[in-house]
Ligand binder design. Sequence first.
Ligand code: FAD
Ligand code: AMP
Length: 478
Amino acid sequence: MSEKYDVIVIGAGPAGYAAAIRCAQLGLNTACIDKSVDREGEPTLGGTCLNWGCIPSKALLDASHKYVEAKDHFADMGIKVGDLSIDVPAMIARKDEVVKGLTGGIKGLFQGNGVTPLHGTGKLLARHQVLFTPHDGEPQNLETEHVILAPGSVPVAIPPAPLTDDLIVDSTGALEFDSVPPRLGVIGAGVIGLELGSVWNRLGSEVVVLEALEEFLPMADERIARDAKRMLGSQGLDIRLGTLVTGAEVQGGEVKVSYQDADGEHSLTVDKLIVAVGRRPYTEGLLATDCGVNLDERGFLYVNDLCATDVPHVYAVGDVVRGPMLAHKGTEEGVMVAERIAGFKPLVNYDTVPSVIYTHPEIAWVGKTEQELKADGENYNVGSFSFAASGRALAANDAQGMVKIIADAESDRILGVHVLGPQASELVAQAVIAMEFDASAEDLGLIMFAHPTLSEAVHEAALGVAGHAIHMVNRKRK
Ligand code: FAD
Ligand code: AMP
């Protein structure tokens, strides 16, 4: 029997590695088990987010955005560029370098903070003990006081579109194309489908996105979703709603996709097909049958608001538990559990989890949508401000979209903030801070913002809730 740990974390994604680091910082003897390996077969930390998710997708989104800027928009600003071309292998290699730097950074953080990395597979046994099977060794039982399960999620597969080596791929495969596919199909107009569809569309693919639902981005505010669909459409993303994919097969080096819509059966031929129909909790091989941890009806590990499972001393955090599958939500849960184990009493506020879609313009929001409030019969006021009236957005030649703030009609407390526009991912943080401090729209309106900034659009939208926006025609005269 090896040494006894205070905490063993299974999974080194943003939920698990944050939990492990915080435990170690709080003086707990902590190990973190992770089984991921990179393309060279070397162990890698950081989970989906750093290796195959948030970071590589943003590296390609940023690179492809710069290309479109140079190709289509530099001339508007008086910048002439000569022959412009894309080097896809170089773009992918830069993305890989970014990933390598960050995953190496987690290794350094583990070393510096005193987390023991264990490369291999972890399994929860009865009495909250852990079976660790190293990549290159015999299984061993590890004794520990507490266990934090953070095994994350994996892409959902659908029977009509089985993956192939390189033509029908999931999000991981779509980050590795070695050239721009002339025709690209994407199944699913969710966050991942839109982001990866945008990357390749910007680089020159003709992209068709097939989405079973009739509604576009049902989780976003309706007005924002409508405007976003129009803008993405004008960039060339052909988003077909109400289309259910019923088959996909490789024929002569191409992919033939069959789908149904209200008009009947259709087919589409593409060079590559990305299956982006969602992710599911990853629990295969994680739990011994007698470990006592239960799953909920959708296959997530069952936890309470404090991320405690049904077994004392065993917690679960991140994509494997209920709630949005977002890195920052998992990180906050991991830190909360670490601090609770150490005797502190933090909470996660699930009402202020921001959502972002990194298209261009970006789409970001926090809190309730207008349609949710309407359905709940709430009374509310709305203030909005268009980036077309923002000096900074116009100066930057990036003036599409709007900020929309919804506040309670009686208390003026901010209930939801929705941004479609440049740097929406950054702007939404202001709304999260305001909502965490229970701010009213008036509170936000009374704060001074630097000029000229994109943030002024948030300020003006807050003022607009009571009809006080300065850079808008306002006849309420209050
Ligand atoms: P993961 O990151 O999935 O990590 C879990 C780790 O546990 C993995 O390394 C896995 O191999 C390991 N593991 C699992 N089981 C075991 C076991 N039994 N033993 C040992 N190790 C095990 N989220 C955002 O917030 N912003 C974004 O911009 C964003 N973009 C994304 C883009 C793409 C293309 C994808 C696919 C996802 C994106 N996400 C984004 C989602 C984000 O990646 C996840 O929400 C996040 O990674 C979840 O973190 P986690 O720690 O719960 O799990
Ligand atoms: P998300 O869960 O946000 O990543 O979004 C995935 C999207 O894929 C959802 O909007 C689903 O409706 C959609 N989807 C799932 N299966 C199919 C299918 N067979 N054909 C078209 N769209 C699908």
